[in-house]
Design a binder for this molecule. Structure first.
Ligand code: GLP
Length: 242
């Protein structure tokens, strides 16, 4: 399969063959790749050459490398639209994936300057700081830290956070979520984020910040989310302005 007398570099031949196997689904998402040594022996090429091909595919996002576990065919990314204001649970269900949520911590804290600015409240106002790990079909996908103004919520809010926060706000509290402003930035997983999201420390992640408004223009939540970079891509449909 590898032509050593070809002018096409050997690493590139291997890379393209692996790519074809992934694209044709001969190698399914989650399949472990043979070790560098095994592939080098099989194709009778050097380990360095194998490493170069594999590294390129990792950089392209077709393979994922996990310290101590090996290299795997990457899972298909979830395409997250930027056109609608949806909840995590809605996003997952729309794809036939079962959403899950685990409350990591619930604390009453005084808003720092940044949180206060986003929530349009004076600094030091009491807010609920809610950390939740979000799952899709049991796999950790995102870590979300939400800030909600304490005075605007019932005391027993902590007991209603095992499922959808938006369902709680809309269905139980009867408030109308209307719009949000969201930013997305690249970042790297800290050791704590990596542990919770079951990825390597330093893996690429997407940092999302969302400020959500009710129809009366009050801010209901300010959320900082860390989404797995290997599982998400964001899409927007755009029309040329004339
Ligand atoms: C998304 C947003 C969060 C929001 C959450 C609500 O993940 N990034 O800002 O809090 O949805 O989702 P759910 O209603 O499933 O808790």
């Amino acid at each position: 399969m590898i032509q050593k007398d070809s002018p096409i570099p050997i690493y590139y031949q291997l890379q393209e063959q692996l790519k074809e196997m992934i694209e044709n689904e001969e190698l399914d998402p989650g399949t472990p790749l043979p070790s560098e040594r095994e592939m080098a022996e099989k194709y009778e090429i050097s380990r360095m050459t194998v490493r170069q091909a594999v590294t390129n595919l990792v950089n392209e996002g077709l393979l994922t490398r996990s310290k101590g576990r090996g290299t795997f065919v990457a899972e298909e990314k979830i395409e997250q639209t930027l056109m609608k204001l949806t909840s995590f649970s809605e996003d997952m269900r729309a794809r036939g994936i079962e959403p899950g949520s685990k409350l990591i911590s619930f604390e009453e804290v005084q808003a720092d300057a940044n949180t206060a600015k986003h929530l349009s409240i004076p600094p030091d106002t009491y807010v609920f700081q809610i950390s939740r790990l979000r799952f899709g079909d049991g796999e950790p996908m995102a870590l979300e830290v939400s800030y909600l103004v304490k005075d605007r919520l019932p005391e027993d809010t902590v007991n209603h956070l095992e499922n959808s926060l938006y369902d709680y706000i809309e269905q139980q509290l009867g408030l109308a979520i209307d719009r949000a402003r969201q930013t997305i930035e690249p970042s790297f997983a800290t050791s704590r984020e990596a542990e919770l999201l079951t990825i390597d420390e330093g893996s690429p992640v997407l940092l999302l910040e969302r400020t959500t408004f009710l129809s009366d223009n009050t801010v209901i939540e300010y959320v900082k989310s860390v989404y797995r970079g290997d599982r998400y891509k964001f899409i927007a449909d755009m029309k040329r302005q004339r």
